[in-house]
Design a protein around this ligand. Sequence first.
Ligand code: MLC
Ligand code: AMP
Length: 509
Amino acid sequence: MSGNLFSLIRARTERVSAPFIVSPTGQATSYEAAFAESAKLANLLVSKGVKPGDRVAVQVEKSARALMLYLACLRVGAVYLPLNTGYTLAEMEYFIGDAEPRVVVCDPAKLAGISALARELGVAHVETLDRNGIGTVSEESGDLATEFSDVERTGDDLAAILYTSGTTGRSKGAMLTHANLTSNASVLKGSWRFTADDVLLHALPIFHTHGLFVATNVTLMAGSSMVLLPKFDPDEIFRLLPGATTMMGVPTFYTRLLDDPRLTRETTANMRLFVSGSAPLLAETHRAWEQRTGHRILERYGMTETNMITSNPYEGERIPGSVGPALSGISVRVCDPETGAAKPAGEVGMIQVKGPNVFKGYWRMPEKTAAEFTPDGYFITGDLGKIDDNNYVSIVGRGKDLVISGGYNVYPKEVETEIDAMDGVFESAVIGVPHHDFGEGVTAVVVLNKGANLDEKGVLSVLESKLAKYKLPKRVLFVDALPRNTMGKVLKNELRQTYKDLYALKRAV
Ligand code: MLC
Ligand code: AMP
């Protein structure tokens, strides 16, 4: 049997007339309709010359048709390359140049800029798709066949590339195979007891692991439905909660909902599961949620490179502040970051992971790939944690210089590089400090050259044209010198301590 994720999903779908995607206004796209629609799009991709292994880069707003395009790529054997809608043209230039896609699909509003880039970088086709599912991909596929013979894939063939920023600046394309995605979706479906009766409230973006693979693939594997919201909006969440059974979110979803008086036992009475991940969920948030709703949030831990690694149990103890034991078939260990020696239970070290969930490597970066694996095949996550006697993992920090803001990763190096290149800047340090809404707030601490005339607004206005909005510092602070150790290394911990109250925690949770 083919290892193509789509073929496996299709073979498992029992009730093809059941809804797969439901719009916020109640319009349903059945599994049958999704198969027909994705076949049309697959035929369109083939007509554009897309062959197995070709990349299809997609920077579009969230819509049901965008997910059909993802399915179409799987069916054709193409490599789906979703890109954050917030990326600037400068960022897009790197991704398109690095991935060399055969087709780029963008929002019609971005067509001029993307077309110019595509010409420069030799991309064969640029197509459009807007938030309502309208664009050249829908126009050109309208009359195409609703059947498509799905391309055979082995489990080891690529299904997707997701770019993740690197601590050294350049983004790396994580290559995920059909087997990576299939194994993780089936394990999660079982672990979280997803069935065809579930309705998932889907408010996450669909260009990252959480909203695309965890939420969508688990839904597809289980034959359940999801209500596809364009974005996280508490009014919409409260309106739709009574018809849903599950929700997945980043911690900011949960803290924002806790701030809302509509969050009660009654409004969440139909729900059976709330899942949190992508960033640390404060134990206080977990407890406050339980007090208000009676539900214990299930926290899990994952990465773009590994899909989901650990999860608190569906049945059994969900421990606040812990991300739970390794998922079935996945090995997790904690090792000394310097020597690599395994640490005993309870001791802090580098979290390493091995299993069918772990990616194939970074796109065209064999040295970087090799550097992230141990000789015995474990992927080095960069997260620091410990494992208790019951195999529950707790993440206690990061061995990588990374800020997670509202579930989005921001690599300080990337922001520092842009600031340091500005006229008048001597040097900068970008850090994350506690933020009441985003968990961590990106903060820039800048040293100017003598006599330079640059202020916070000036720095931000230059950054705006270069970096996606979520990467922009919430504050830019100016100092005479950065604190350094005797080796000359900037003491980011000291800076984090100095500015720890910058975005004062306004809530009690
Ligand atoms: C938006 N802004 C952010 C931001 N999101 N700034 C920092 N961090 C973020 N995450 C900016 C906006 O551009 C805006 O700028 C201002 O902050 C306020 O915006 P908002 O309206 O309050 O934000 P909103 O649109 O509501 O978005 C917040 C959010 C969103 C939390 C809903 O960021 C989100 O959906 N995050 C989920 C990210 C995610 O899916 N991560 C999974 C990665 S996969 P201005 O200037 O216009 O005011 C992964 C692996 C795993 O990590 O384990 O899952
Ligand atoms: P990304 O590269 O966007 O996939 O982000 C992966 C990183 O998110 C991990 O390496 C962790 O640092 C972090 N992360 C994901 N889930 C959790 C969680 N439940 N608790 C703490 N950190 C998490």
